[in-house]
Design a protein around this ligand. Structure first.
Ligand code: AMP
Length: 569
């Protein structure tokens, strides 16, 4: 039996008379629970009740109605409310208290026992009464000071109400994929359970936690497709999760310990591969193990596998390689990896354009089967100590201006990609002519069983070779940059007109560049095979050049045909 413990002691203990005002879910649930706990409960009663005859009155009404309801209560009893956000000032002039159960109350009631409760009181006696009510309900009471109420209540909303909003969003997106809300329930339960048992750091799994940006991009594209109004929410959650993942203690990053099988935990098992399906059925893969597992069957079945190595920021040049691979091969793999090892300048690496969102959509659009986008750690795990270096074709031109390390970076990553994918054929662009020559030499010298296909340079309408770097050009430099193509054409025109002296043809090219104040790094007529300068224009000759235009380094080349052809492949 509940006695008047909070009043002066009396000879004959009497049950505390408690009036509950407010007939909503909370009033009803608290009336039942407190009655069971031994209080002499009247109510729940309507909002105009004056609480006469009660030792304490508890207002279970919406925040806006606390003050009006309080004004009806006769002087005398303690007066409390159940709001988390509203202060005790609304209860003036009564001796006031508050008791806010940190528990959801639905039409089915509430399980108060074991839950937290925020309490406050305008006097020690009122505070003690709030604590007594909490204890009677089996709740863990914590006193929340007036200035902290806002934060406390916001935390409660984020933890419960917003979680429901998130699950509703997940349910909508799942429904679009034909997955029932009920099928998400075990995942949500396991996640909440992990969060409770292990803490947030260790409970966090999934693509954001493991830095799998390309999968995030694919997910975002799918959300935009099936529930565009949820895209801003998705973006905010990704960036908040990213910040949380980056800030957490490294000891908390073990995603395997959680037991959460959300299908994206990144432990390499079949269940956490990016799923096939989505807008165009392309599969995005982040690890070598997954890639090998995917390609095992096609390889056994003797299907032709094509690889297009790229560094992303796709344009028509990249897409032309992918289309060609699609046409020639049964399985098309595109690798997307901005290879730090081939950049000789950290600033250049940082500034390299990245647009994985667009890239995934474009690759899917041309029918690529697998977009292989490994992390830097996946490609160069700690302790990595091997380099593949090709001599003979790497020294001049790009090798001389970017340094040999550039090509060492290229040949190392391409060798690794060949070993990871095991392609029958790999596609490269004529745009990077020296690179193509270096790769040919690499596979020949190391007996790598892959055919190398070099595809024509794709150009803008005004002749500028497409390049991921073109986006860095200002409008004025974009116009100046067309001189690179004019310079190559001038060399071809000279040769077509009978010129066989490479020096003279070079001068014609140079004139086009100097006309727009472009000082090239090099302009040369070289052997297409060895990249060495030629004495005389005969056989397979390449006009090659590199220039920095407004801070952006551009390269271009053109096969030169002595017989008067356009030189265009
Ligand atoms: P990147 O992403 O710049 O490493 O290029 C990936 C592949 O696309 C390389 O084999 C390039 O030579 C090729 N590529 C780049 N630009 C073009 C272009 N304009 N036309 C044809 N191929 C290109």
């Amino acid at each position: 039996m509940r006695e008047l413990e909070w009043t002066s002691s009396s000879d004959t203990p009497a049950r505390t008379r408690l009036a509950i005002v407010g007939r909503g879910r909370l009033g009803t649930a608290l009336a039942g629970a407190l009655s069971q706990a031994g209080y002499d409960v009247s109510g729940p009663m309507g909002r105009g009740a004056d609480g006469r005859g009660a030792d304490a009155v508890l207002l279970c009404v919406p925040d806006a109605e606390i003050a009006p309801a309080a004004s009806h209560v006769a002087p005398g009893p303690l007066l409390g409310h159940c709001s988390g956000a509203t202060g005790l000032g609304e209860l003036t002039p009564h001796e006031g208290f508050s008791l806010h159960p940190l528990m959801t109350v639905t039409a089915e009631g509430a399980e108060f026992a074991g839950a937290g409760a925020a309490i406050a009181g305008t006097t020690p006696r009122a505070l003690a009464f709030a604590a007594e009510l909490a204890e009677a309900l089996g709740m863990q009471a914590v006193e929340v000071a007036e200035p902290d109420r806002g934060a406390y209540h916001a935390a409660a909303s984020i933890a419960s109400n917003f979680l429901v909003t998130l699950e509703a969003a997940a349910g909508r997106v799942a429904a679009a994929a034909g997955v029932q809300r009920e099928q998400l329930v075990p995942l949500v339960r396991a996640t909440v359970d992990n969060w409770a048992r292990l803490g947030p750091e260790r409970a966090l799994t999934g693509p954001v936690a493991r830095g799998d940006e390309v999968t995030i991009v694919r997910q975002r594209a799918a959300v935009e497709d099936v529930a565009p109004d949820l895209t801003p929410l998705f973006d905010e959650l990704v960036s908040a999760t990213r910040a949380f993942a980056a800030a957490r203690d490294p000891s908390g990053t073990d995603t395997r310990a959680t037991g959460a099988r959300d299908g994206y935990a990144g432990d390499g098992s079949a269940g956490d591969r990016p799923r096939p399906g989505g807008p165009a059925g392309m599969n995005v893969i982040g690890t070598v193990a997954e890639l090998r597992a995917e390609l095992l069957e096609p390889r056994r079945a003797g299907r032709r596998i094509g690889l297009v190595p790229t560094m992303g920021a796709f344009h028509e040049g990249h897409l032309s390689l992918m289309r060609r691979a699609r046409r020639d091969c049964d399985v098309v793999v595109v690798s997307l990896f901005v290879n730090p090892a081939q950049f000789n300048d950290a600033g250049d690496l940082d500034a390299y354009p990245r647009d994985p969102d667009h890239d995934a959509a474009l690759a899917a659009g041309v029918g690529v089967d697998y977009l292989f986008a490994p992390s830097v750690d996946e490609v160069y795990p700690s302790g990595f100590a091997t380099e593949v270096s090709v001599a003979g074709v790497t020294e001049p031109l790009e090798g001389a201006h970017r340094g040999r390390a550039h090509f060492d970076g290229v040949t190392t990553i391409v060798t690794k990609l060949f070993n990871m994918v095991g392609p029958d054929v790999a596609y490269f662009g004529q745009k990077d002519a020296q690179q193509a020559a270096v790769i040919r030499r690499l596979v020949r010298d190391l007996d790598i069983p892959v055919a190398i296909e070099v595809c024509p340079t794709v150009r803008e309408a005004d002749g500028l070779a497409m390049s991921s770097r073109n986006m860095h050009l200002s409008p004025a430099d974009r116009v100046r940059a067309t001189a690179l193509h004019r310079a190559l054409r001038a060399a071809q025109d000279a040769v077509s007109a009978g010129e066989r002296d490479p020096g003279a043809a070079r001068e014609r090219a140079l004139a086009e560049l100097t006309a727009v104040s472009i000082e090239p790094e090099y302009v040369e007529l070289v052997s297409a095979d060895t990249l060495a300068p030629v004495d005389r224009i005969a056989g397979d000759v390449l006009a090659v050049l590199a220039a920095v235009v407004g801070g952006t380094r551009l390269i271009d080349n053109q096969p030169i045909q002595p017989n008067g052809g356009t030189g265009r492949p």
